[in-house]
Design a protein around this ligand. Structure first.
Ligand SMILES: [Zn+2]
Length: 405
């Protein structure tokens, strides 16, 4: 089996000519994307059949180049334009999958703007791009771009994506085919994961994982930069400076978050033979809008990593639908004792008397629903660590040593 993998390398383009050639490529890719989106939305509103990618490629790329108002499309690699149409296909597929409940719901694909912070173009093998003997990236109709390599590529890459981020940094990421030699030796533990609100993730072995300090610090700096920006007068030069600062801080947060997701997902996949999570599309329905917007982006990126790393390293990955509300069922004895308000973090099971931690109980239930073998005792709160449930707090102001009943 062969797998695809992204390798990310930083590149800084030195030449202004290359920068404007890249800007042209970003622009043309965006125009083709928007033209195709308009064609499809028009067809949809008029009740006509959904235009096929092949037909759009003909009318919006090949034929459009012959018209004076789109002639400049010929100045960039045609592959870049075709890949842009494929990106739109992906956006529609995600949208339709969301309608079917296969993934979190999202809106229809939206038009791209020149002002979007992230611009990208993709060159496949058809584009005849290459890496020169001098380790530069040779891109058709752009030139030999200097690259600061973050690591060596393990094999010949098939595709390169060039991204310009909101902080005006350029990145090149490569798709490389790798062999099956990465399958890890088998291990015993199996794991359920609850993606919670209080913690980033709670594991069925009782571990609660919070985002690391480097990420929290980056987030704090971003908030400060955003506050600073909101105080600046519109149109002033200081506001522009502050805006770039926000963009940089934002890029740092994104990088730090991705790094955290990578570290955690790699560790969990290495240490466990099987990993189970709840389907986010199902989970998301139970949450408030705010909580969703804060967490979902991070979670789905993290879950995607778990999934592809499990495949790469020969581990089992299971996504379960919520057929049983995980916080309503005791993970020890299976008694279902009804919904509990969010502030109830710990409770005593009426069936078996176990003192349960809400998040860990949920993680154990996720693992069980996925058919994994996890020790259930993890969900029990250790004696001595039991915080008094809110309803009971204060009812026994001076606990008496119970020597007699
Ligand atoms: Zn119980």
């Amino acid at each position: 089996m062969r797998r695809r993998r992204n390798r990310r390398s930083t590149s800084r383009t030195r030449s202004a000519g290359q920068r404007s050639a890249l800007a042209r490529a970003f622009g043309c890719a965006r125009v083709v994307y928007n033209d195709a989106l308009r064609a499809r939305e028009t067809a949809r509103s008029e009740g006509l059949p959904f235009p096929k990618t092949g037909d759009l490629s003909k009318s919006l790329i090949t034929e459009a180049k012959r018209r004076p108002e789109r002639a400049w499309l010929g100045e960039v690699s045609a592959v870049v334009l075709q890949q842009s149409l494929r990106d739109l296909d992906t956006a529609y597929r995600n949208f339709f999958d969301g309608l079917k409940g296969k993934r979190p719901r999202m809106g229809t694909p939206r038009y791209k703007s020149r002002k979007d912070t992230r611009q990208s173009v993709r060159f496949t093998a058809n584009a005849r791009w290459s890496i020169t003997p001098g380790q530069k990236l040779r891109l058709p109709k752009i030139g030999d771009v200097k690259v600061k390599w973050s690591r060596t590529l393990p094999a010949v890459p098939s595709t390169v994506t060039v991204v310009k981020d909101s902080a005006c940094r350029y990145f090149a990421s490569f798709v490389v085919e790798t062999g099956p030699e990465e399958v890890l030796p088998e291990v015993v533990p199996e794991l359920g994961i609850d993606l919670g609100l209080g913690h980033f993730a709670v594991l069925s072995d009782g571990t609660k994982v919070d985002s690391p300090r480097f990420l929290r610090r980056a987030e704090k700096r971003l908030k400060k930069a955003q506050r600073n920006l909101s105080r600046k007068e519109k149109g002033s030069r200081n506001r522009n400076k502050a805006r770039l600062k926000v963009a940089r801080a934002h890029a740092k947060v994104t990088d730090a978050r991705r790094e955290f997701h990578h570290q955690l997902s790699t560790r969990l996949i290495r240490e466990n033979q099987a990993v189970a999570v709840e389907d986010l599309a199902v989970k998301g329905l139970a949450r408030t809008r705010l909580a969703k917007s804060v967490h979902d982006a991070g979670w789905s990126a993290f879950v995607t990593m778990l999934e592809y790393k499990a495949a790469r390293y020969g581990r089992t990955f299971v996504k379960i639908g919520r057929f049983e509300p995980t916080s309503q069922v005791c993970s020890q004895c299976g008694v279902k004792d009804g919904p509990k308000p969010l502030h109830v973090r710990v409770w005593t099971c009426r069936g078996c008397g176990a003192v349960l931690d809400r998040d860990i109980n949920a993680a154990v239930n996720v693992a069980k629903a996925a058919g994994l073998a996890v020790p259930a005792c993890g969900a029990q709160v250790r004696p001595g660590l039991v915080p008094a449930p809110r309803s009971e707090a204060g009812t026994h102001p001076t606990p008496q040593p119970s020597t007699a009943r």
